[in-house]
Write a protein that binds this ligand. Sequence first.
Ligand code: GLC
Length: 457
Amino acid sequence: MNARLSVNKTHFLNDSLMKKVLTPFLVACTCFVNAQQKIDAGVIKDKMQWFADARLGIFIHAGIYSVDGIDESWSFHNKKISYPDYMKQLTGFTLKNYNPAAWADLIQESGARYSVITTKHHDGVAMYDTKMNNLSIVKTTPAKKDMIQPFFEELRKRNIKCGAYYSLIDWSYPDYPGFLKDSSRYIVGNDYDRWNRFRNFFQGQIKEICQKFNPDLWWFDGDWEHSAEEWESQKVRTIILANNPNSIINGRLQGYGDYETPEQNFPVSRPAFNWWELCMTTNDNWGYHHDNNWKTPYEIISIFADAISNGGNLLLDIGPKEDGTIPDEQVNVLKELGAWNKRNGEAVFNTIGGLPQGHFYGPSTLSKDSATIYLFLHGSSGGNLMIKGLSNNIEEISVLGSNAKLTSKIVGKISWSPVPGLVYINVPQQALDKYVTVVKIKLDGPVKLYRGHGGLN
Ligand code: GLC
């Protein structure tokens, strides 16, 4: 059960209602491995708090795939390009304009509280000086340098948490079974010695990354190619927590992670997981690509509002070019998002997921004491908004980022019944945000919601 939802629950949801709301989703969830299947939410609650409050992270897919602007790793795996041609990109990866301080400034400006960067993608090219093999941008590209350490240093100066993306899959390593979509090197069950050699290798890299960079967060990827037993997921978790017991581990470790990571498409109903994060691209690709299907700032902000309304975070991806510069479209979208966060951050950071479905037709969040509701209005939809089943009295209504103070009208209240009336609020055109407007409603106490059938009780 979602920790933040259960906080709300004490204010306004009774248990049977909670079951009614969540049962259809829980049934759907039993079909796949839950990220936290093996982890007790109560044990990790404290270390998860910064993550729960953070709401926004920036994902960075940096890799040699940016040289030709082709699909990260998948292009050779799916045979769009031959493996030797893919690897020729090593000679074109220069990082000649890499400025980690400027990256960290941009991330800070976006409002993000954490950032996750690829330390190694499925192609096996380490973005730091690994001692476990020779395939790294330090040893095999003209860049000749580690990208990770200087970036983490700049993030830490700005109090932004540091995340390491690490692909468990390594399609380049000679002892890894998988290679191309229709050809593997061997089957684990037939050659445990070979699999053990790979295990020593990848776990060695994990230890290296722990010791060198001490990530606040680990973002594994590719766990689907093997089982928890084959990866030794529990041991991997132990290695990481022995180095730093507060490290957070994402949910792609076959049940041994701390939070869930839906990808690209927003979950339609509120996930039942304790903590979750939507990872999403700014166009249709993770790495730098010749792809102009950019999401607009409005689209990104409205998806962000949807994620936080449902108690999750957004991990928004950018893909730098081979020289280390970030495409203008991505710089622009991060700045627009940051400006919106400056106007509306009170409704975003350190808040909890909003009203359950049915009370307001749009996203919302709540202050931690749940005595303030923030309603998100999409686009230029001003005019009247309506809230159903709000039992509290309203003390004040305002629009974030403007000086507008609004009033409400209660409609349909039966004076001798405890059932609340409908709250109508008129939002004038001139108070609207250019992307998503936030209406702040201060209540007389923690939110109390009525969820019955109307009438006299
Ligand atoms: C998928 C892809 C991978 C990408 C990741 C980001 O798992 O395999 O290429 O890095 O999503 O979430």
